[in-house]
Design a protein around this ligand. Structure first.
Ligand SMILES: O=P(O)(O)OC[C@H]1O[C@H](O)[C@H](O)[C@@H](O)[C@@H]1O
Length: 333
């Protein structure tokens, strides 16, 4: 692999698969999104919904049963290869950030995925509304990252409106070679006002600060609040992280498996202005908390598979992340 940065080939080198609409459960339909890009819409009986584009395997919408949008997507997002859609949940694979020779965040978010009509059995019981996508390397991709893999992504919407993303990545190299990657679900949460947001669960943890040459620091002892640009990779984080939106009285809860790290990013005003597909003031209404595997890259031998899962829920903020399990209390009410 060359040491200099390599740009990914445009998605044109990947064949796209347009599934017939009959290929899905009644909870899922195929639709045309922005710029005519194929997307799958998942709906649950109580009204919650989610949308995932085949371009990037990219979740761009997650709405609760009142139809409120819970994810942030920039009004300046460019739904056009090879640019990744700004917002929603970009998939960072096989490289997080600029931690390696590939382009920023790898190439999975710039490729056309296909619907996996014959996925291997799913290990854990899943929700009714789900879709399985698959990404395999094209010849072009193999030139920039010389490995064969099958990346299966299941996007599922629970009866209570929870959104679950499960990634299963298998090394299918026939040359006996292992490969190593880093990974993140780069989730953009929609918040009413970043200056009224708190994150619980990352207190006292070590983190790499991307704004200070990625040096290692230790977080202070209480909930994280925001008054300037933040770009931190928290290490060995708990399974559950909570993002409290004071104005909306809403708490996002991230539950994750196989993803020990969590990146917290808000560009704030200066960087927001410098990002072409991001509105100057939009930093006030978003926060990225990205379940990730970064500090300890994952190595797979041929035939081995890695699984990384995140489950997002949005609950009334009367539940603190540490004390009550909103799911249990909600069910008992
Ligand atoms: O603009 P992008 O390539 O999508 O990256 C957006 C951001 O992603 C992550 O949060 C990184 O930690 C940031 O350093 C980066 O600026």
């Amino acid at each position: 692999m060359s040491s200099e940065k390599v740009s990914s080939s445009a998605a044109t080198s990947t064949t796209t698969f347009t599934p017939s609409s009959g290929a899905f459960s009644p909870h899922v339909e195929l639709a045309k999104g922005v710029n005519g890009l194929d997307k799958l819409v998942l709906r649950e009986f109580r009204g919650s919904s989610a949308e995932v584009y085949l371009y990037g395997g990219h979740v761009t919408s997650w709405k609760n049963d009142h139809g409120e949008e819970l994810l942030f997507v920039s009004s300046k997002a460019i739904y056009k290869p090879p640019k990744a859609i700004r917002g929603g949940i970009p998939i960072c694979f096989p490289q997080f950030g600029s931690l390696g020779p590939l382009e920023q965040h790898g190439f999975a978010r710039n490729r056309f995925w296909a619907v996996d009509t014959d996925p291997p059995p799913f290990p854990t019981p899943t929700y009714r509304a789900f879709v399985d996508l698959i990404l395999k390397p094209s010849e072009e991709d193999i030139k920039i990252w010389p490995h064969s893999y099958e990346f299966r992504l299941r996007v599922a919407l629970g009866p209570g409106g929870d959104l679950m993303l499960t990634s299963r990545i298998r090394n299918t190299n026939t040359d006996g070679k292992p490969f190593t990657f880093t990974f993140a679900y780069h989730t953009y949460f929609s918040v009413s006002d970043i200056s009224e947001v708190r994150v619980e669960g990352l207190e006292t943890l070590d983190y790499f600060d991307n704004l200070k040459n990625r040096e290692r620091f230790t977080e202070q002892g209480d909930a994280i609040t925001f008054e300037s640009e933040v770009d931190k990779i928290y290490l060995s984080t708990p399974t559950k992280i909570a993002i409290l939106d004071h104005e909306k009285k809403r708490t996002f809860v991230i539950r994750k498996d196989g993803l020990p790290d969590a990146v917290v990013w808000n560009p704030w005003d200066k960087k927001a202005k410098a990002i072409s597909d991001f509105g100057d003031d939009e930093y006030k209404h978003m926060l990225c908390v990205e379940a990730a595997a970064i500090e300890k890259p994952i190595t797979l031998k041929p035939g081995e598979e890695w699984k990384g899962r995140q489950e997002l829920s949005a609950v009334p903020s009367s539940y603190c992340s540490g004390q009550l399990d909103p799911q249990k209390v909600l069910q008992s009410s």
